[in-house]
Design a protein around this ligand. Structure first.
Ligand code: SAM
Ligand code: 2KA
Ligand code: SF4
Ligand code: MG
Length: 215
């Protein structure tokens, strides 16, 4: 079967987020997203892009000789051929991660992939899109992320953490500040004072490169 995907960009940078933060990583950014989070820093990937064959994508990735590959977007799972892309990247021997909004099922996604599942907070404006059935498919190789816009979002994230025992299911629970929307030190202090089993993650690439294209 001949698979194609609509791609916004493929670039090599330091991973700015998740458990591989700071490690050189190739990013494959798929075009299009059915959500509209108010804070989205990747809205340029909602449209446009270029149709590429699976083979052409694999060739572009291989040219960097990476260890880590991150498939992101847009919403990667909105394109059916994403599943085949992830499988082929794993087969090629890369450490593969997938960033997904949590609005589409991860049930059929290769378990070799570290699935980074965002649970959309009320502050995102898309909390109604969360597919909670995804939680039962999480393994220790997966990560759950909350992007926190306010104290209300923090309290909501803590309630979901406890309700679903997320720290016992996923390998990492990430609390990430919505960029520029919340005081970093306050978020850090809340996590410490509540003794939470979560990791505060900053977006390293924005500190380093101010979110410039290609990073
Ligand atoms: C651009 S999205 C692409 C993947 C997928 N659509 C999703 O939402 O997970 C990648 C990650 O960046 C996060 N993100 C987007 N804009 C952000 C912002 N302004 N501050 C912090 N995180 C942000 C998203 O919540 C998501 O976890
Ligand atoms: N360096 C770098 N790390 C990232 N981690 C997640 C990104 C994203 O936009 O999804 C991203 C990005 O755009 N750049
Ligand atoms: S789901 Fe991801 S890509 Fe889509 S609007 Fe939200 S943050 Fe942006
Ligand atoms: Mg980005």
């Amino acid at each position: 079967m001949h698979h194609t995907l609509r791609i916004t960009e493929i670039f090599y940078s330091l991973q700015g987020e998740t458990r591989t933060s700071g490690l050189p990583t190739v990013f494959v950014r798929l075009t299009g997203c059915p959500l509209r989070c108010q804070y989205c820093d990747s809205a340029y990937a909602f449209s446009g892009g270029e149709i590429m064959s699976l083979e052409a994508i694999l060739e572009r990735v291989a040219a960097y000789k990476p260890r880590y590959v991150c498939v992101t977007g847009g919403e990667p799972l909105a394109q059916p051929a994403c599943q085949a892309l992830l499988q082929r990247l794993c087969d090629a021997g890369y450490e593969v991660s997938l960033e997904t909004s949590g609005a589409l099922s991860i049930a059929e996604i290769d378990q070799r992939v570290s699935r980074v599942v965002d649970l959309k907070t009320p502050g995102s404006g898309e909390v109604g899109r969360n597919l909670y059935a995804n939680i039962e498919h999480l393994s220790r190789n997966d990560q759950v992320k909350f992007v926190i816009c306010s104290r209300e979002d923090y309290d909501w994230a803590v309630s979901k953490l406890i309700e679903y025992r997320l720290d016992a299911r996923a390998g990492e629970v990430l609390f990430s500040p919505s960029y520029g929307q919340i005081d970093l030190r306050a978020l850090a202090d809340w996590i410490v004072s509540d003794n939470l089993p979560v990791r505060l993650q900053l977006q390293l690439h924005k500190i380093l490169w101010n979110d410039a294209p290609g990073h």
